[in-house]
Structure formats: structure tokens, C-alpha cells
Design a protein around this ligand. Sequence first.
Ligand code: SAM
Length: 258
Amino acid sequence: MTWAEYWNGETTVYVNARHKRVHYEAVARDILGYLHRPEARVVDYGCGEALAAHVVAGACAKLYLCDSASTVRDRLNARYAGRSDIEVIDPPAFERLPSRSVDLIIANSLVQYLTAAEFTGLLAAARDKLDAAGRLVLADIIPRRVGPLQDAAELLRFARANGFLLPAAGGLVRSFFSSYRRTREECGLLQFDEAEILGELARAGFSGRRAYPNMGHNRQRMTLLATPAPHGAVHTSPAIVGSAGNPAGQLQLQPAGH
Ligand SMILES: C[S@@+](CC[C@H](N)C(=O)[O-])C[C@H]1O[C@@H](n2cnc3c(N)ncnc32)[C@H](O)[C@@H]1O
């Protein structure tokens, strides 16, 4: 199963309805922190079910909810039908948006599910769509040292604070046998250390920096805030960034537990 197939099916990442609700409420709150102008045009890229998208839409002029999974888009279309300030789109429709027509692009918990080539393509498209003063937020980026154990600990901490600790513990047991774990083992996740992803952003024509805290609940993961680099400088050298654990500088697709 590919990640695209996984996300188009019934997923098991939320242990219950409460988990899903508090997750999307937290993400919407965090997006509001990046929204400073009511006239902003915003894209939530890889938005998932976006249960609190109405909160974000209330603070901007236009919210595009972009997701590659048709099942997700169908649910979003049903939920937000009749709201002219929310438009549900697929990635090709994002590509068709006019250049410089967007003020803020949020991609939370998306990058890890892309191939290296898809990630490079997303950065290029984002650079094209963003206004000169626009901002790209890449959130929930998984550093190379972070694996399923740290993810489990972070989920339990979030669950304890939000009243679903027991369901979360059960959910972790179930997830061990889930298609999420199998897909994570088969396809891996796209992981970056901070310097590597800043290098990727620079090559795509962005000035980037780490932003704190990470969006959502996972403190082990990273958020990067990027703006179009002055003078439109886009580096065209190959996407190679070295690191201690990756001296050859290849982007790594790491299977779970590595
Ligand atoms: C882990 S969910 C994150 C959802 C949401 N952003 C959040 O904060 O919870 C990942 C979402 O990204 C979508 N996705 C995966 N690959 C994508 C791609 N290449 N383009 C757009 N969306 C994608 C999936 O369908 C899924 O809904």
C-alpha cells in the first residue's frame, strides 16, 4: 500500500472522536498564530479532515483546503458546502492557482508522506503561488532521530492532557497491528534534520527559519517558517545536503524504528 492509498482509505491515526476533535482544534489555533491579516488568502495543503477549518476561515478572506485523497475531499465538500470562503481543491487545482495569489501556505504533518521528488515539486509550486510577502509553514517535520517510540510518548502526553489517556493506550496497541505501521515500514517517512530542510528551502528560493513551538502536539518534531528569498534567488544545484548520519547527503526514506 502507498501512502496515497493509505490516506484515501479508513485511517486509524486518531484513537477516538475526541482525539480527532482536539487535534484539529489545536492545529486551527496554531494556524491562527500565523494569520495576521483578515484579507489573507490561505492554503491548508494536505489538510486532512480539517474539522476546525471554519475557525481559520473566519480569520482570513479565503481558505483553500487542498488534499490529494478524494475521500477526504468528499467529506470536506459535504461539511463546508455553502461556505463561499472555503474551497476544497486537489493538488492539480493548487498548481493552477495564479502565481503570487496566496499569502500563507500551511503544510502540517504532510511532508513525511511525500517522496523526495514530490517534496521538491511542492516547494517549487509554493514558491510560485506565494505573494512576495507570503509565508510557507512546514510543520510536524520529523527529525531523523525521532521514531515511533517518541511519537507514542508524545501522543500519551497529549492524551493525558486532553482526557483520552486510556483510549490512547489502546490505540497504540491497535496501531501496532494497523495498516499505518505496515505502510510506514514499507514506504518509510521523509525525515529531515533542521539544517537539511533549511537547505532544501534555500534551494527552492526561500529564506527559512525554525519556528517554536511545533504546530500540533508533538514537541519532538519541527516547524519551519519560510518566506520568498529577496531577489527571487532560486538555487538549482542538486538536492544534496550532508549530515553526520548521512554523509553522502541523500534524502533518506527511513523505515519505522530507524
Ligand atoms: C497526517 S494527515 C495531516 C492532516 C492535517 N494537515 C493535520 O494537521 O492533521 C496527511 C494528509 O495529507 C494528505 N496528503 C498526502 N499526500 C499528499 C499530497 N501529495 N498532496 C496533498 N495532500 C496529500 C493526506 O491525504 C492526508 O489527508
